[in-house]
Design a protein around this ligand. Structure first.
Ligand SMILES: [Zn+2]
Length: 354
């Protein structure tokens, strides 16, 4: 289904200014995606570009403590370095992170205003591990959580869905909305793997009980298992929740070429997942979706899978959307009927009373 409205791509050369030294989350990721965005924007009127501006402090403070924000800014300005076990910052990192969160909010605005059918913010640093009081796992501000709060508070929405298909569990996002029934968090991730959380039994607490969905998957799963999981678990969750907007923590470190993990997805698989989320959005919220980039550390895999996602968002069927991908299909994957996978699916179903 081709919408008459374009897909917004939030992109900027300035996303390279967050310097991390010899680190997988490197400025080269932003450079490669900025080049990809330029190609797509020049080649088709199905895309529209958005140049990001910094997020306002009030929206940062909606999810992060003022104390953390001040400390992070000071640490960056004074030269940067290692800020936690695996996160590195440079003098311009704070400003770049403001543009990351700000860019996603502009994407949300474009969709809410009806100027874009949907939006993908090609930002860095990523966000889904960042907590209320600190950086974590390459992440400074929790961009997707800020966008969810923005939709609730600025637009007065009551139900926002966050889908997290990054290969790692979105622990920061989970924690921020663990007791909040207005945000349904659905994360599929490889387990065991960093950060170690993300079990099916983590279903939320208080009024938020039942609004946190985790699907931990073994390495080597492949595209078909993820697609099956979306059909069997995400779809019924969404039917019940009836989201008014869908945000996606779109990480591509589940790709078979990725050096940090081994879920063995392909660009074609990501295009099909995108198509499924679009169908859910069409059924429940007039197609309103905004994606934000999380992980993905092999540049060929990242650009191929992001292009496939963008083409799918613009209305191309998933098979056509992944045609330009140079990485190709992964090494296979499991059958969704396999015993251990069936058990995990069953556990999630029981916990959420499906
Ligand atoms: Zn990740």
């Amino acid at each position: 289904m081709i919408s008459s409205k374009p897909t917004a791509i939030i992109t900027s050369a300035r996303y390279q200014e967050h310097r991390t030294g010899n680190h997988p989350e490197s400025p080269r990721r932003a450079a490669a995606l900025h080049e990809l965005a330029a190609k797509l924007l020049a080649g088709s009127d199905r895309f529209t570009g958005i140049d990001p501006v910094a997020v306002e402090l009030a929206w940062l403070e909606a999810v992060h403590s003022p104390r953390y924000l001040a400390a992070l800014e000071r640490f960056c300005i004074s030269g940067g370095g290692s800020i936690d076990l695996n996160t590195t910052v440079s003098p311009a990192s704070y400003q770049t992170a403001l543009l990351a969160a700000g860019g996603l909010l502009q994407g949300v605005d474009a969709v809410m205003a009806g100027k874009a059918a949907n939006a993908f913010a090609l930002v860095r640093p990523p966000g889904h591990h960042a907590g209320t009081g600190g950086s974590e796992g390459f992440c400074l501000f929790n961009n997707v959580a800020i966008a969810a709060k923005y939709l609730l508070d600025r637009y007065g929405l009551q139900r926002v869905l966050i889908v997290d298909w990054d290969v790692h569990h979105g622990n920061g996002t989970q924690d921020m909305f663990y007791d909040d029934p207005r945000v349904l968090f659905f994360s599929s991730h490889q387990y065991p793997l960093y950060p170690g959380s993300g079990q099916p039994g983590e279903t939320g607490e208080g009024k938020g009980r039942g609004y946190n969905w985790n699907l931990p998957l073994p390495a080597g799963c492949g595209d078909e298992v993820l697609e099956r999981a979306y059909a069997a678990l995400l779809e019924p969750a969404v039917e019940k929740f009836r989201p008014q907007f869908i945000l996606v923590s779109a990480g591509y470190d589940g790709h078979w070429r990725d050096p940090l993990a081994g879920l063995t997805l392909s660009a074609a698989g990501y295009a099909r997942l995108t198509g499924r989320v679009m169908e859910l959005a069409a059924a429940h919220c007039q197609g309103k979706i905004a994606l934000t980039l999380e992980g993905g550390y092999d540049l060929t895999a990242l650009t191929g899978a992001v292009e496939a996602t963008l083409r799918a968002l613009s209305g191309e069927p998933p098979e056509a959307a992944s045609q330009p991908d140079r990485a190709g299909p992964g090494p296979g994957g499991y059958s969704p009927e396999l015993g251990p996978l069936r058990d995990i699916f069953q556990e999630v179903r029981q916990l959420h009373k499906l």
